[in-house]
Ligand binder design. Structure first.
Ligand code: HEC
Length: 239
């Protein structure tokens, strides 16, 4: 390579790196609020798949799901995990809709036969009156929380659920957990929301291995094709 070629490579390579660094890791133009999870409950959100009871195999996420059904499903659905607002869940006709229009939840390699994902339009048509009554009581329909973890992140969710008014002044969502166990229960619910949107550790390892395998495939076949190109060029009389 000529010296000019080296300089060009450095300029192009360097500016590409800087561009993606700004895009993905540090964007000085974007204002980002930081919300912190309290130290004492950080560990709960860290690993939602940790077993809390060896015998039954119950995890932190399972506990969070129970809390969610008891304390949040009065207003919120979480369709990706087969949770619908309480008045709908209590309607005897709903089971039939689940069977007819839904399909069992399948996530990260696990099939949950007793949870049904029902398409949004079907659910909203069935729940129309309930959702309208929420709208008149709260000013808006409490959102479905299927992907809220991806949208907001754990710090925001933790602070918001613990004290909604501190994060969204004037919001119609009430604080749900109070008393000495409030932080712990909030952390469990956040851990649950996280478990719906992020693959568990063994799945993450599997994906990382697959990623490396795909890159290796490209490198090896790239090298083979490069060699083959030489052969073709020689045959055509270029070497
Ligand atoms: C009494 C009804 C009610 C209950 C119970 C309730 N919420 Fe809400 N929630 C709302 C309403 C209404 C909103 C919309 C608030 C807004 O945008 O101002 C909301 C919004 C949210 C949001 C979205 C915040 C955002 O930034 O967009 C999250 C996350 C949330 N709730 C989580 C929960 C969790 C977790 C629970 C259970 C621990 C819960 N909620 C219990 C009514 C409720």
């Amino acid at each position: 390579m000529t010296p000019w070629g080296v300089i060009k490579t450095i300029i192009f390579g360097g500016s590409t790196l800087v561009f993606f660094f700004i895009l993905w890791f540090y964007n000085p133009f974007k204002h980002v609020e930081h919300y912190e999870v309290d130290e004492e409950v950080k560990e709960i959100i860290e690993n939602p798949w940790k077993k809390v009871d060896e015998k039954s195999g119950k995890t932190i996420a399972d506990e969070g799901r129970e809390l969610f059904i008891q304390r949040c499903a009065g207003c919120h659905s979480l369709r990706y995990d087969g949770i619908y607002v309480a008045p709908v869940q209590a309607d005897p006709r709903w089971k039939k809709v689940e069977q007819a229009a839904g399909r069992p939840v399948y996530r990260f390699g696990v099939l949950y036969k007793d949870r049904f994902f029902v398409p949004r339009d079907v659910y909203e048509a069935f729940a129309h009156e309930v959702l309208e009554s929420f709208k008149s009581s709260f000013g808006q329909v409490p959102p479905d929380l299927s992907t809220i973890y991806l949208a907001r992140g754990e710090g925001y969710l933790y602070r918001f659920i613990l004290n909604p008014n501190e994060i969204l002044p004037g919001t119609s969502m009430p604080p749900v957990f109070a008393g000495p166990s409030a932080k712990e229960e909030t952390a469990k619910v956040v851990a649950y929301l996280k478990s719906v949107n992020t693959p568990p550790p063994q799945e993450q390892t599997k994906r990382a291995i697959m990623g490396v395998a795909v890159i290796l495939y490209f490198v090896i076949f790239g090298a083979l094709f490069w060699r083959y190109r030489e052969v073709v060029l020689r045959r055509l009389g270029y070497h």
